[in-house]
Design a protein around this ligand. Structure first.
Ligand SMILES: NC(=O)C1=CN([C@@H]2O[C@H](COP(=O)(O)OP(=O)(O)OC[C@H]3O[C@@H](n4cnc5c(N)ncnc54)[C@H](O)[C@@H]3O)[C@@H](O)[C@H]2O)C=CC1
Ligand SMILES: O=C(O)CCC(=O)C(=O)O
Length: 387
């Protein structure tokens, strides 16, 4: 039996995918697996029982990835599972910024008792007019799951699309419309585009990338959309840009005291992935990843360990080892089994940066003394008996 804990509400459709071998617990300490959306985990203590965290979503800046890696806790996310939900809200944001739809709706509410509202509307509506998005230049920073969907849909709406992503994946490149202008320099986006949307992860290298300097290179009256993370922009610089008339509107999916209620800002309460479809897709994928890992030790879509898949174990034993990516580890592991006369029938080793993951299938189960010996090897974070 395995126990899982939900740190945020997780879609029922996803939770129903758990087999009878799983029960939901009321405390994180009892769980082998945690399901999470945006809850902050940086200050959490993790119990020795915890084996994995599955983020039902894309961004993992709320999870201490390195600390988890050092404890042999695998962190998963669900790439692309909510991309369509975000894409659709990006276009809603683009349209809200291009015309004063919000101002117009508020005017209608303020005039709700007026018998002559229809006549008044025709007089007032010029205040809320705007521009169309067809024919405008759209710059997309980050051509991953969301950026590609936004790019392709924008082409269908008649926009001229510029895309920038120095690390674009082969998969994303295959899916991208050939009409998207792939630029090699982010400045080309700043200098040419009427509307700019950012779809990159929040990393040390991307934090604050939309700052005073970047804004100064943008066209006057640019519309900026941020459905990725607020800290990607220096929002004090954004407010100055609005005040100076450089930025026409800033649309953000991340409310905070800097932008909430500010002139020129349209701030949405983090609704990008809040659709039935995205929530179900993310939960289903997260549960599948968690079950595959807990039952088989297989790692698919991890953000702190390499992918490794040995299928379902048909042998008597399977042992998984989390360790530093350094020389001679596999020889030492193999010796621990060999010294006790245990035949290794299959093994795989994969590394990712400074960490590595090795799994052994064994002709007979590994006794505790072998596990203790493996655990005592310098550079080993965790040894897990899968079977
Ligand atoms: N508002 C919301 O509810 C949601 C927000 N997000 C945010 O959007 C981000 C992107 O999501 P996905 O497209 O699903 O992720 P993804 O991982 O598929 O795509 C991210 C892309 O950014 C690129 N990238 C990284 N650094 C870059 C840089 N310096 N310049 C240009 N490109 C760079 C990567 O190569 C990758 O192609 C997530 O990390 C998350 O923070 C994601 C889902 C929902
Ligand atoms: O789970 C959510 O609602 C947040 C989605 C998100 O921001 C993400 O997937 O990165």
């Amino acid at each position: 039996m395995f126990q899982y804990y939900c740190l945020n509400p997780i879609s029922k459709v996803g939770l129903e995918k758990f087999s009878d071998s799983y029960t939901k617990t009321e405390t994180a300490e009892e769980a082998e697996g945690i399901l999470v959306r945006s809850a902050a985990m940086h200050d959490m203590e993790f119990s020795d029982k915890l084996l994995c965290v599955a983020r039902a979503g894309a961004g993992v800046n709320n999870i201490p990835l390195d600390r988890c890696a050092e404890k042999g806790i695998v962190v998963f996310n669900t790439p692309g599972a909510n991309a369509n939900g975000v894409k659709e809200l990006v276009f809603a944001g683009m349209l809200l910024a291009s015309r004063d739809i919000i101002g117009g709706i508020n005017w209608v509410i303020s005039d709700k008792g007026d018998e002559n509202i229809a006549k008044a509307a025709e007089k007032e509506k010029k205040k809320f007019a705007g521009t169309e998005i067809e024919g405008k230049k759209l710059g997309i920073i980050g051509l991953g799951a969301i950026g590609v969907k936004v790019a392709n849909a924008a082409k269908h709406l008649g926009m001229e699309v510029y895309g920038y992503d120095p690390y674009v994946s082969v998969d994303a490149a295959w899916n991208l419309s050939r009409d998207v202008k792939h630029v090699l320099n982010v400045e080309d986006i700043y200098e040419n585009c009427d509307i700019i949307t950012i779809h990159v992860p929040l990393l040390d290298s991307t934090k604050g990338m939309i700052n005073k300097e970047a804004i100064s290179k943008m066209k006057d009256g640019v519309i900026l959309l941020n459905f990725a993370r607020d800290l990607l922009a220096d929002e004090k610089d954004v407010l100055e840009g609005i005040k100076a008339g450089k930025i026409r509107k800033y649309v953000s999916d991340f409310p905070n005291p800097t932008t909430a209620g500010q002139e020129g800002c349209i701030v949405i309460p983090h609704l990008g992935a809040s659709t039935e479809e995205s929530e179900d897709n993310c939960a289903k994928m997260a549960v599948k990843e968690m079950m595959n890992y807990l039952e088989n030790g297989n790692i698919v879509n991890s953000v702190n360990y390499p992918s490794l898949d040995m299928g379902v174990c048909t042998q008597a034993g399977r042992v998984a080892i989390f360790h530093k990516n350094i020389a001679n580890m596999i020889t030492k592991f193999a010796a621990c089994f060999g010294d006790e006369g245990i035949n290794i029938t299959d093994m795989m080793n994969k590394s990712r940066g400074e960490v590595a993951y090795t799994m052994f299938d064994l002709e007979s189960p590994a006794e505790q003394k072998i596990i203790d010996k493996l655990q005592s090897i310098d550079g080993v974070f965790r040894v897990r008996v899968v079977k």
